[in-house]
Write a protein that binds this ligand. Structure first.
Ligand SMILES: NC(=O)C1=CN([C@@H]2O[C@H](COP(=O)(O)OP(=O)(O)OC[C@H]3O[C@@H](n4cnc5c(N)ncnc54)[C@H](OP(=O)(O)O)[C@@H]3O)[C@@H](O)[C@H]2O)C=CC1
Ligand SMILES: O=C1O[C@H](COP(=O)(O)O)[C@@H](O)[C@H](O)[C@H]1O
Length: 484
């Protein structure tokens, strides 16, 4: 397999000229969709409220037959969900326009581009297949110089389509103007992994194979399908969560220290570690699990079986829970399993990266109660840092108990979509996924997808509201607290 060469990553945000802020237009394709309504527009509202984007205009486009008034109401309602209703946001709402268009049609796209002023940022909040077709149409008609592109995950539908899309985009704009969005990189706690690891002396020296037994990256959700069959039934959890978000977290947990947080350095380090990542033992049949939920109750809410959800084709065998064990074949991590898991309709709602340390080399005879290993926990909801350690408990001082030291990460100024929008509007790709990395992430999961498609790994079931299938690959090892 070949991958695109890494880019020069020479991004520098453009500065406003002496006459005031340079006008900038955010052209939102897929404006009538779920992502725009629930996440993008609220993120934009919060960003605009900070005053950081004074020259910004918004144009929304979708196939829906809306007019400007309907669109303005839609934007205002989305902004209101996050309290973004101050003068700056109101001004943006007043001036925003909606243009109905089929973004795969050259003529419609020409009309959209003609309506935009100043420096252009196009957000493709579209299904991945439509994104590829819209990019092909833009390649035919051409783009104004300096245009930046923001593309949602999943980037492509497999390694081959990601490669083709990268080639197409490379013909449109330079790589540092392509912002492949992974909103986990906009979560302040995910970015905090960098500060925790590289701005402290105490963790980094022990984050390696000599001291670490395994690393778990888990994102269990109580949410079920939530009406998203049109997208989700064709994707499944491995593509929806693991191929994108969890591999980005793995990269931040496993990479070596970059000399700076400049996009070129940070993305270079992430790419290096992902290139070294593969399925454990090269055996996706042994080291992966997939399952889907049956009917049940999650936090008092009754969910139908995934297979009975409207729009789901049960014959596809789409999973709602995925687990995979990966190896990071570097000097630092050789022999340390990275166990990734995400699932929907689960009881536990466990969202964290956990480093489990090896046992001390020798515990003095006479101390007891040290069976539990030390653990470092980075929680993504609640956003907190935890350290599980063995200390003497109440009473007998030589009998140890495990305690948890917990502190909370500070909340970021902006929600994740506000952060990633800020990056692209300012022309800084630090929080965007580089083209070669997007392909690597497909390369890592493809053996698993192939094994599942071939029926080599049975699709299991778990009741909604349970903790998932019993034979989890993250099940506790003897002497460990483990997943549950
Ligand atoms: N929803 C979410 O929570 C998340 C979504 N994403 C990603 O965001 C992207 C969009 O997802 P989502 O918003 O959920 O999907 P939706 O199906 O809700 O929205 C898709 C949008 O694309 C528009 N569209 C489709 N085909 C065309 C076309 N030919 N021309 C113009 N517009 C078109 C639709 O317009 P119309 O409805 O009028 O047909 C609609 O506005 C996907 O890549 C998804 O993976 C990523 C993270 C979270
Ligand atoms: O991208 C996605 O992420 C969400 C989980 O992220 P969160 O920040 O909303 O907690 C997931 O529910 C969804 O299926 C997936 O598409």
């Amino acid at each position: 397999m070949t991958t695109s060469p890494p880019s020069a990553d020479n991004s520098v945000a453009e500065r406003p000229g002496p006459g005031g802020p340079e006008p900038q237009t955010l052209l939102l394709l897929g404006a009538s969709g779920d992502l725009a309504e629930r996440l993008l527009l609220p993120g934009l509202g919060r960003l605009v409220a900070t005053g950081a984007q004074p020259g910004l205009a918004l144009i929304g486009s979708g196939r829906a037959d809306w007019d400007d008034e309907r669109w303005r109401r839609h934007v205002a309602e989305s902004f209101a969900t996050v309290g973004a209703d101050g003068p700056r946001e109101t001004e943006l709402v007043r001036a925003t326009r909606y243009l109905r268009a089929d973004v795969t049609a050259d003529e419609d796209l020409r009309r959209l581009l003609a309506a935009c002023q100043g420096q252009l940022v196009i957000y493709f909040a579209l299904p991945p297949v439509i994104t590829a077709r819209a990019a092909a149409a833009l390649a035919r008609i051409g783009l104004p110089p300096g245009t930046r592109l923001m593309l949602e995950k999943p980037f492509g539908t497999d390694a081959e389509s990601a490669r083709s899309l990268n080639e197409l985009l490379a013909g449109l704009v330079p790589e540092d103007q392509v912002h492949r969005i992974d909103h986990f990189l906009g979560k302040s706690t995910v970015v905090n992994i960098l500060g925790l690891r590289f701005a402290n002396r105490i963790f980094e020296p022990v984050l390696n194979a000599a001291h670490v037994a395994c690393v778990d990256i888990v994102f269990d959700e109580a949410l079920g399908l939530e009406g998203r069959a049109g997208y989700y039934d064709g994707a499944g959890t491995l593509v929806d969560m693991v191929q994108s978000h969890l591999l980005q977290v793995l990269a931040l947990m496993a990479m070596d220290a970059p000399p700076s947080l400049h996009a070129r350095e940070l993305r270079g380090r992430k790419a290096q570690v992902l290139r070294a990542t593969r399925v454990w033992d090269g055996d996706p049949v042994r080291w992966s699990r997939h399952a889907r939920y049956t009917a049940g109750e999650v936090n008092g809410r009754r969910l139908p079986a995934y297979a009975d959800e409207p729009g789901v084709d049960p014959a596809r065998g789409t999973e709602t829970l995925a687990e995979v064990v990966l190896a990071v074949d570097t000097w630092r991590w050789a022999g340390v399993p990275f166990r990734l898991r995400s699932g929907k309709a689960l009881a536990g709602r466990r969202k964290e990266a956990v480093v489990t340390f090896r046992q001390p080399p020798r515990v003095p005879t006479g101390l007891s109660g040290h069976e539990q290993p030390d653990r470092l926990r980075i929680g993504f909801g609640p956003d907190q840092l935890g350290l599980d350690i063995n200390i003497n408990g109440p009473g007998e001082p030589l009998e140890l108990d495990q305690v948890q030291l917990v502190t909370h990460f500070g909340p970021g100024d902006l929600p994740p979509y506000g952060e990633v929008l800020r990056g692209a509007l300012d022309g800084d790709p630090m929080l965007s996924v580089r083209g070669d990395t997007a392909e690597e992430c497909w390369r890592i999961v493809e053996p698993v997808l192939e094994a599942w498609r071939a029926g080599a790994v049975p699709l299991q079931e778990y009741p909604a509201g349970s903790r998932g299938p019993a034979d989890s690959l993250l099940a506790p090892a003897p002497g460990e607290g483990g997943l549950h």
